[in-house]
Design a protein around this ligand. Structure first.
Ligand code: ATP
Ligand code: MG
Length: 337
């Protein structure tokens, strides 16, 4: 039995993934379940209760064998900063980190759960070490604990989506990469270099915005607009060009953010020119998206598959090809707690 599974409570689907022993080996179980109502963003007890039921159902349907889970936090609600400090030992860092964090985290330190990770520590004591700071509001973490607990599960750790994505989609030796995760309510850009997250940017629009644009333009109900989106996407054939024209303004914003992230990486980090883009999340299946982003950025764009090197058995063999939707949950499952 694996020590824990990965739980990604998305605004449109809950995703769960269990791997064998935490190493890159066997994909044991995976599944998704529609998120009811307002999902984790809701403040209503009743709605949050329904969310717990959905999580429970998802775990049961996927036949997950443990009740311990690592849970992802909505990226935009977590403050993450890569900071530079004089070279400190681990012990000195423990003593200094709260004081340092005060300067970078725009919330009182007593109200946040603070995590940090040393990204680089030069041998030369006169150099600078880089440390990634992550601060999640305690109130938000308490809500996740309640929802997960009411589902009969135990959250053993929390993590931002970007760290999970980097673990799931970046392999040793890969060049600097921008991961673009396209969810329902938001999209995340994650710059990964040498396995570390250098930069993240959360954009407050995702698949829902695209569907709403089609609903408004063609006066369609949501399910039909969703079908148009998934069928035509931004392909440029005669029939679909009309849909493409509705979707492009939103995707242009995404492309502009991608270019900014490339520029940022190029100017801030030596030797890390980004050479490829990996897309994932449900929105990555939008027809024509890879070609569109490749044309805008002149980079190679591919669909991320966190399960590419896993062996699969049982129920999960039915999910082959959908790994991209499970990128966050897979990264969480692969975490060594
Ligand atoms: N073939 C497709 N073409 C375009 N969009 C798609 C396709 N399949 C799914 N989607 C979109 O993907 C989104 C769901 O993806 P995903 O499960 O990654 O989101 P989520 O994790 O629930 O959301 P968030 O990360 O914002 O909380 C929906 O908006 C859906 O419309
Ligand atoms: Mg998501």
């Amino acid at each position: 039995m694996a020590a824990h599974f990965g739980l990604d409570i998305g605004r449109s689907f809950v995703k769960v993934v269990e791997v064998d022993g935490g190493g890159k080996g066997l994909l044991k179980a995976a599944g998704s379940w529609q998120t009811p109502g307002g999902g984790i963003q809701s403040e209503s007890e009743t709605e949050l209760g329904k969310l717990s039921e959905a999580i429970r159902s998802c775990v049961e349907a996927a036949k997950i064998a443990t009740s311990n889970c690592v849970v992802s936090l909505v990226e935009s609600q977590v403050v993450s900063r890569l900071i530079e400090l004089p070279v400190l030992t681990d012990k000195e860092l423990v003593a200094a980190i709260n004081w340092e964090a005060e300067q970078y985290i725009p919330m009182p330190i007593k109200d946040v759960n603070l995590q940090y990770k040393v990204i680089s520590r030069p041998q030369d004591a006169s150099g600078k070490m880089s440390v990634l700071l992550l601060a999640a509001p305690k109130r938000m973490v308490a809500k996740y604990l309640n929802v997960v607990g009411a589902a009969g599960l135990k959250a053993v750790a929390f993590e931002t989506e970007s760290l999970a994505l980097a673990r799931a989609l970046f392999r040793p030796g890969d060049p600097a990469t921008i991961i673009v995760s396209l969810g329902a309510a938001s999209s995340e850009l994650v710059v990964v270099f040498g396995g570390n997250v250098l930069f993240t940017r959360s954009i407050a629009s995702g698949g829902m915005v695209l569907t709403k644009a089609i609903m408004a333009e063609f006066n369609l109900p949501q399910n039909q607009a969703e079908e148009y989106k998934q069928t035509y996407g931004i392909l440029e054939d005669k029939l679909s060009a009309k849909v493409a024209n509705v979707l492009k303004p939103t995707l242009d914003i995404l492309a502009a953010e991608l270019l900014k992230a490339m520029e940022y990486t190029h100017t801030h980090i030596q030797g890390s020119a980004v050479s490829r883009v990996v897309i994932c999340g449900g929105g990555a299946f939008l027809p024509g998206l890879s070609e569109f982003l490749a044309a805008r950025t002149s980079l190679e764009v591919s669909l991320g598959d966190p399960w590419a090197y896993f062996s699969k058995e049982g129920l999960v063999t039915k999910l082959v090809g959908q790994g991209s939707i499970y990128a966050v949950a897979t990264g969480l499952a692969l975490r060594s707690v």
